[in-house]
Write a protein that binds this ligand. Structure first.
Ligand code: TYM
Length: 337
């Protein structure tokens, strides 16, 4: 079940989502999840985190993981995530999430994990099938349930993970009583699957991304290599293509109709459209690039805010952990009684 929002406002609901620091953040991340989270922070109780425990399934290089994690945090803040309006932290700074993963593991049906398409996808790309990769959806369920997430904005690729989370929470509550909130995914129709430059889903692991930040020359090159067909210049062009979809992300309804008209009109050159799309992208992200440079030079500010976010998030996590420990008969020792 997916949530339909009225302009994305869910009167003071806990809206929660996370992102992996497994590489450079890209346009798919921005339009699929980040831009909505940033919009929702004004009207909702927003919880947002960088999932570095999840990234361990693909990165085993300490420096790379550390760099990617701080870069992802700076990217999110540059794009408008305000740590004063939200709770923003790095996953490993609230380690209770590992404890709850173990508790939840005991109510997970293996068939559910066997059917995980993202697990199968990763195996097909040659990743070692270790336990971390296999139990990835349980850690993700833990991320959501431990903070009482009610609405979870994500792209289409995370839908199955949300179904697994709902299944785990329902099973847990059936066995132990009402402890966890059953979350709803929030998937936006027009941005649920942003294509990459090769026309497949934009994904760090497919090497087809357009990064949000970086050298102008490199990013321009990415736009210029968006795959197009060889339709004769005098013939109408297909609008169900990566180029049209990517351009649409920056357009309102009437601008989109205008672009569709240009695709239908003989003489249109893909190269011209790609150049315009790049210019559009470059000016859209201009203010964010300036903020990004500022944060790069004020990393202490970023670390301080992440620390405060982790402290706030820990309080919520501890509340749910205590309820779960009590419900399961684990409340021994002075801290838990
Ligand atoms: P991740 O890091 O792969 O992606 C972050 C968010 O970006 C969305 N996204 C896309 N949306 C549309 N089109 C695309 N091409 C595209 N590529 C990425 C993703 O759907 C996601 O919403 N498992 C999660 C991270 C996670 C999480 C969580 C999310 C861990 N714990 C708890 C929500 C709640 C992941 O790998 O996302």
């Amino acid at each position: 079940m997916e949530t339909i929002s009225f302009y994305g406002i869910f009167p003071m609901k806990r809206v929660l989502s996370g992102i992996q620091p497994s590489g450079e953040l890209h346009l798919g991340n921005y339009f699929g999840m980040m831009s909505r989270m940033i919009k929702y922070q004004n009207e909702n109780d927003l919880f947002c985190f960088i999932v570095n425990y999840h990234a361990l399934t693909t990165i085993q290089d300490k420096d790379r993981l550390m760099n990617n994690t701080i870069n992802a945090a700076m990217d999110f803040m540059s794009l408008g995530l305000d740590p004063e309006k939200s709770t923003f932290w790095v996953q490993s700074d609230v380690p209770q999430v590992c404890e709850s993963t173990w508790l939840l593991s005991n109510v997970v049906n293996l068939g559910l994990l066997d059917r995980s398409t993202s697990y199968k996808d990763k195996l097909s790309k040659g990743l070692t099938p270790n336990l971390g990769l296999y139990s990835y959806p349980v850690l993700m369920a833990s991320d959501i349930l431990l903070f009482g997430g009610e609405i979870v904005p994500v792209g289409q690729d995370q839908k199955q993970h949300l179904e697994i989370t709902r299944d785990i929470a329902t099973r847990f509550n059936n066995i132990y009583g009402e402890v966890f909130v059953i979350p709803e995914p929030e998937i936006e129709k027009s941005t649920k699957l942003i294509p990459g430059i090769d026309g497949q889903k934009m994904s760090k692991s497919y090497g087809n991304t357009i990064p949000l930040f970086g050298e102008e020359k490199n990013i321009r090159k990415k736009f210029m290599s968006i795959v197009t067909d060889s339709t004769d210049i005098q013939k109408p062009k297909d609008t169900d293509t990566a180029l049209f979809h990517l351009f649409s992300l920056f357009l309102n309804k009437s601008e989109k109709e205008e672009l569709a008209n240009r695709f239908m009109t003989p003489g249109m050159r893909y190269g011209d459209i790609k150049k315009e799309l790049f210019e559009c992208f470059w000016s859209y992200f201009e203010p964010f690039r300036e903020k990004r440079i500022y944060l790069e030079n004020h990393k202490d500010f970023v670390f301080d805010n992440l620390k405060k976010g982790a402290e706030k998030a820990s309080l919520v996590a501890e509340g749910y952990m205590n309820k779960a420990r009590h419900a399961m008969g684990l409340n021994f020792g002075s801290t838990n009684v």
